[in-house]
Write a protein that binds this ligand. Sequence first.
Ligand SMILES: [Zn+2]
Ligand SMILES: [Zn+2]
Length: 316
Amino acid sequence: MRASSICGSDIRAIYREHLGVGAEAYQGVVAGHEPCGEVVEAGPGARRLSPGDRVVVYHISGCGQCEECRRGYPVGCSSDHRAAHGWQRDGGHADYLLAEESSCLLLPEPLTFVDGALVSCGFGTAFEGLLRGRVSGRDTLLVTGLGPVGLAAAMLGRHLGAARVIGMDPVASRVELAQSLDLLDVAVADPADLAEALGSATGGRGCEVTIDCSGHPDARLAALRHTRHWGRCVLVGEGGTMTMDVSPLLIHPQVSVHGSWVSSVQHMAELLELLVRWGEHPGRIVTHRYPLSEAGTAYEVADRGQAGKVCIVWED
Ligand SMILES: [Zn+2]
Ligand SMILES: [Zn+2]
């Protein structure tokens, strides 16, 4: 292992409490579902990888044969063979990890191991959500929730062509981080200020694409409410509920709402290729790095919800 970052899901479903059901049932294994490292040994039958290869680990292995697996989304596999690193099989918070060859994506230069760890869940999730929203240069993009996935959505949305990127988060330090990374055209801290900010940015018509990366009911609703007629609202922030007036918010504005969960294996591979082409480094959003021996501190910092991305690193 060379880098193993901490995800909001680790905090929500393992660190604070063990939710214990379905895909998020934590089985007492080594945690860490954003692993990136270097191949030290390839098992018998390995066809592609050899020692020294730098790889990002797509963190869920499936049966390989069901409809979801064949689509390239082992995250959606419902067979008994499905297991996610850091949840039901050992993850990245250890010196070594055993992974399927099919889960390993080559990490191209000049991406770093930290870049790769961030792609293996958070950036992959943001990228998939933006693809679902079909973001292009025709669109203004609103990102609600500027935690690591929201920062990723803002960064990648810009590269995908979004004409303007607007971000909202009530945590001032996160808004400041997004601005210091030059990810936003307009930043808003309070959902109540969104209408006014968007009014001047969009002529009062709302955003063609909105993406909620927070999972908070108010932020979700704000994203939907500020989606332009015929626009797309993408939900990637996990947990909780959403209550809405269906006619004025969904039916009459002809809005499409998309749920999007992690990414396909191929989209993750595509993202790695695009990051090189764009000259981009996801590691820019990492605010805290710790060695494995200080994992406890790393989790405390991530749990406070004030930081950018927190990553356990073996070397830079
Ligand atoms: Zn994750
Ligand atoms: Zn399957």
